[in-house]
Write a protein that binds this ligand. Structure first.
Ligand SMILES: Cc1cc2nc3c(=O)[nH]c(=O)nc-3n(C[C@H](O)[C@H](O)[C@H](O)COP(=O)(O)OP(=O)(O)OC[C@H]3O[C@@H](n4cnc5c(N)ncnc54)[C@H](O)[C@@H]3O)c2cc1C
Length: 496
């Protein structure tokens, strides 16, 4: 039994992914109801691809709306504009969907699998030994439950009780700048399907569309705001929009007004024995780039298939050792990028502002630079080149390289009813994919761990190679057709 603590987007993704792969799971949350706040607004294409492997991406698409691009204005002038239809994914848009809706859809998907979130249940304490974890849960009506579980998932957010119970340091700092947040309706000339970011001499203003004709407004207010300042009024928000935003915008009907400070923190290790951390429990950072929730959900996808293979006795427990190095490296990368973007946006130094605006407006005209921005935002550039699961033997394909994202392709022969690679990966097993080469006959001992398939020549994979693809659609390794033994050896090393 796995206990998932926290039913935010990360805990729900974790529970859904585990249950889909046949793992017994409980999920608890101390709150009586899920959030009604819009918080994280974007699901990026890579997360949609991973939800698609789970068979539920369309449920999210139906609940959101498609964001077609982002534009950056400086001094009222557009200095760069990127289009998400250039995303290197089957999903060529940013899915704009409030976090409250993301959590609703996840909870409904989980319910379809027969798992209900146990609400008003608080993880009080836990202790682990070699064989399991003993947990104390405070339930509704003051009831206490002592339970024994096999694995504990700390998906309990920035103030994680699991992280604190492990005594893990949340290393980093809190930025001094104060931010204003509004979830409001806006009348005036503002695109309904584009993110608008305004860099001004007074600070940054971001305007993001939300379904239902609403917009998320975020503005940095500098360092001189008192710590316990009350939420902004709609008039204060309007004044900032009028000062920094495109002309002619009127904000009204606020659903949510708030202030926040940015924390940039991360744990070193996402795992301690039978206890794992994921999402905000493991890393928090600036909302610039909108990567927080997506990164957390991808932590869950990374871990779920590994734990499922171990729980079902198909893989050695050592497979779990790859979770922390892989996701910690991604966490550091996201923290670094979001931090840099924030720092650039909030500088008050007029000379640096001028340099920034000239540099971005010049570089931003190049298609290659625009594509880099889109690749980074859409998270299709996240890779595991240094993972213990990644190998690059002599004779490996040049494209894609070990650790890279494995793009979905049509399979040459329908395999057990699976027409596409990502459908095959939904079984939670590795795929041994021959591209423009004969199918690999897997020995019976490896068939619980992997399945073989073939694809015709495609732009996405060098032909004449065999690819070992992980269940979360990353490439573990590839070989030429005469070196298939190396792939079988890599699988045997993972297998129980
Ligand atoms: C104002 C605001 C704006 C944001 N905007 C963006 C954005 O634009 N883009 C973006 O990507 N991210 C944004 N974020 C961040 C995003 O909301 C988080 O990254 C995301 O919610 C993390 O999900 P999580 O599941 O890890 O944690 P959470 O959503 O925090 O969920 C943790 C859950 O654990 C539960 N819990 C905590 N302790 C216990 C316990 N002891 N026992 C049982 N349950 C417990 C909590 O009740 C909660 O439901 C924003 C956040 C805030 C606050």
């Amino acid at each position: 039994m796995v206990l998932v603590t926290g039913a935010g987007p990360v805990g729900l993704t974790m529970a859904m992914s585990l249950k889909r792969l046949g793992v017994d799971v409980r999920i608890i949350d101390r709150n009586a109801e899920r959030t009604d706040k819009s918080k994280a607004l974007v699901i990026w294409p890579r997360t949609l691809e991973l939800l698609d492997i789970q068979g539920c991406a369309q449920a999210f698409v139906a609940a959101g709306m498609k964001g077609s691009g982002a534009r950056m204005l400086a001094g009222g002038r557009e200095i760069v504009r990127v289009r998400f239809d250039t995303a290197r994914s089957a999903f060529r848009y940013a899915l704009l969907i409030p976090q409250s809706e993301t959590e609703r859809v996840l909870e409904e998907e989980l319910a379809k699998l027969g798992v209900r979130v146990e609400r008003q249940v608080d993880l009080h304490s836990f202790a682990q030994d070699d064989h399991g974890v003993s947990v104390v849960l405070d339930g509704p009506d003051g009831r206490t439950e002592n339970a024994r579980i096999d694995w504990l998932m700390g998906c309990d957010g920035a103030h994680s009780a699991v992280r604190m119970g492990l005594g893990a340091q949340f290393e980093g700092n809190t930025l001094r700048s104060e931010w204003m947040l509004g979830d409001v309706r806006i009348d005036g000339p503002l695109p309904q399907d584009e993110l608008t970011i305004c860099w001004t001499e007074h600070g940054v203003l971001a305007l993001f569309p939300i379904i239902g004709g609403r917009f998320r407004v975020i503005a940095d207010m500098g360092e001189n705001v008192a710590d316990a300042a009350p939420p902004p009024t709609i008039e204060e928000l309007q004044a900032v929009i009028a000062q920094r935003g495109p002309a002619g915008l009127t904000a009204h009907d606020a659903v949510w007004l708030s202030r926040f400070r940015i924390n940039e923190r991360k744990v070193r290790d996402y795992r301690d024995g039978r206890v794992f951390l994921a999402g905000d429990a493991a890393h928090i950072h600036s909302p610039a780039g909108g990567q927080g929730m997506n990164t957390g959900m991808q932590d869950a996808f990374n871990l779920a298939w590994k734990l499922a293979l171990v729980v079902h006795g198909r893989a050695k427990p050592q497979l779990l050792d790859s979770y922390s190095p892989e996701r910690s490296a991604i966490g550091e990368q996201v923290l670094r990028n979001a931090g840099r973007l924030t720092e650039i946006g909030i500088t008050r130094n007029p000379l640096l502002q001028e340099l920034r605006n000239v540099a971005v407006s010049t570089l931003g005209q190049f298609a290659m630079v625009q594509q880099r921005i889109v690749d980074q935002l859409t998270e299709v550039d996240l890779e595991y080149p240094d993972s213990p699961l990644t190998q690059s033997p002599h004779g490996a394909a040049r494209h894609p390289a070990g650790g890279a994202r494995a793009v979905d392709v049509a399979l040459a022969e329908s395999d057990g009813g699976h027409a596409r690679l990502h459908e095959l990966l939904a079984t939670g097993r590795f795929a041994v994919l021959s591209v423009g080469a004969p199918r690999v006959a897997l020995p019976g001992t490896l068939q619980a761990l992997a399945t073989s398939a073939t694809a015709a020549q495609t732009d996405h994979y060098d032909s004449g190679h065999v690819y070992l693809i992980r269940p979360d659609a990353y490439l573990a390794m590839s070989t030429g057709t005469t070196d298939i033994g190396a792939i079988l050896a890599a699988l045997a090393q993972v297998g129980a």
